[in-house]
Design a protein around this ligand. Structure first.
Ligand SMILES: Cc1ncc(COP(=O)(O)O)c(C=O)c1O
Ligand SMILES: Nc1c(O)cccc1C(=O)C[C@H](N)C(=O)O
Length: 418
């Protein structure tokens, strides 16, 4: 049965659009939006690929023409290419709540997961023979963890994140957990779980892909042992931007990387036959960095200049609250069920809705200028990047979704989720 859009909905949509206008006018990050290249589409996919910061194209053009084109090989030293991984790591560190000297940028998240997970098992020592894994994890973390467990002779146990604290014990070397779940948008209790792992004598390795740049992480404050994350989501570093790796300062001197490339050597240009790791975070480097992508990420971080993470978080919660309210008012009852927790303490910066035929619906949303994404089998994800997403866009996305769902037969929204 096709349900027409009830007239009350257009009134509600108009009322919510007026509220959105007022919220946008009062938004302290309103001007930060101008730092990005955007168009008339409602872009709610910054949790997959962040929008292009205006600071990037000119910088990349300059790197190509001047640093590569004119200076060529001299740029390794004269343009600071040789120190880019740790320099950009230190630039990123405040967004993660980390003091300098602990974050290095480079490689992909998957590669950094491998380095840090095997490194964590080595740090934990021989007596600890199991790795715990967030059972809901993004697939790459699982694939890497399975291989790391095989290589190190450890047992891998995948557990619901809420059960990890209770299961961690004298055998646990490390637990690998996602700070924000990529499907549901659920935020995990990083301080409590890290503390519980420490209580058991185990290490905490956090995947921050869906939290870095969107909410406070406070790595140092919570004494997180190790963390990884990607540069292309809320950090807006561009497609395939280098990822980052964090190892807590007091673990660094004992951190034994399973990928000891020459760029992590104490003195790479000594070309020594023996590997001797650099004293600090530089030991997390592996091979020659991808300079063009790396410098694009560095320029992208300009978008955060003068922006406090607490303000980003406040706007993220206000946006997702408002979107959920709009969905509640504008989407036909039962047509889409929020999967993302309502509690602020458990919500990242995206809203996931379960809808039958989410894939088909996504195509129709995109055709009407609302760019979100879909994860199988039935999840629609709406990512809210507080630096450039406005309340009017949240209202427009919900109104468009409501119209589409009212145009087609409604079915059960699915209730077999978490
Ligand atoms: C939580 C999480 N971990 C890891 C990855 C994979 O990162 P990469 O492709 O940089 O290895 C992604 C996204 O692609 C992700 O969402
Ligand atoms: N890394 C991606 C890619 O290379 C292509 C398309 C999407 C992505 C993503 O980042 C997906 C993302 N990690 C997710 O949360 O599903």
């Amino acid at each position: 049965m096709n349900r027409p859009v009830p007239p009350a909905n257009s009134e509600a949509a108009a009322r919510l659009a007026r509220r959105a206008e007022a919220l946008d006018a009062a938004d302290p990050l309103r001007r930060v939006r101008d730092r990005f290249v955007l168009d008339e589409a409602v872009y709610l996919d910054g949790n997959s690929l962040g929008a292009l910061p205006r600071s990037v194209p000119g910088r990349v053009a300059d790197v190509v023409a001047e640093e590569w084109g004119r200076l060529r090989i001299r740029s390794w030293t004269e343009s600071g290419w040789d120190t880019a991984p740790e320099r950009i790591g230190d630039r990123l560190a405040p967004l993660l709540g980390a003091a300098p000297g602990q974050v290095v940028v480079g490689d992909s998240t998957s590669v950094n997961l491998f380095k840090l997970l095997v490194g964590a098992v080595r740090l934990a020592g021989d007596g600890r023979d199991e790795i715990l894994l967030d059972a809901d994890t993004f697939p790459t973390d699982r694939y890497v963890a399975e291989s790391a467990a095989r290589m190190t002779g450890r047992r891998l146990r995948a557990l619901p994140p809420a059960g990890i604290a209770a299961e961690a014990g004298a055998h646990t070397a490390v637990a690998l957990v996602n700070h924000v779940d990529y499907r549901s948008g659920e935020l995990r209790d990083l301080p409590a779980l890290t503390a519980a792992l420490h209580e058991a004598g185990a290490l905490a390795l956090w995947d921050l892909c869906h939290s870095a740049g969107a909410l406070p992480v406070d790595l140092d404050r919570h004494a997180v042992d190790l963390a990884v994350g990607c540069g292309y989501k809320y950090l807006n570093g561009g497609p395939g931007a280098p990822a980052f790796a964090y190892v807590r300062a007091d673990h660094l001197s004992r951190f034994d990387s399973p990928l000891p490339g020459w760029w992590g050597h104490r003195d790479p240009f000594a070309m020594s036959a023996d590997y001797a790791p650099h004293a600090g975070a530089r030991r997390l480097r592996v091979g020659t960095p991808d300079i063009l992508s790396m410098l694009a990420l560095e320029a992208a971080l300009d978008a955060f200049d003068g922006v406090e993470v607490a303000v980003v978080r406040a706007k993220s919660l206000a946006l997702t609250d408002f979107f959920l309210e709009c969905v509640g008012e504008l989407v036909p009852e039962g047509a889409a069920a929020p999967l993302t927790p309502a509690e602020h303490a458990r919500r990242g910066s995206q809203v996931s809705l379960r809808c039958p035929d989410a894939a088909g619906l996504l195509g129709r949303l995109v055709a009407r200028g609302v760019v979100a994404d879909h994860r199988p089998p039935d999840v629609l994800r709406f990512g809210f990047a507080p630096l450039y997403t406005g309340f009017a866009e949240a209202a427009r996305a919900a109104a468009t979704l409501g119209e589409l769902l009212a145009e087609r037969p409604t079915g059960p929204a699915g209730n077999g989720g978490r």
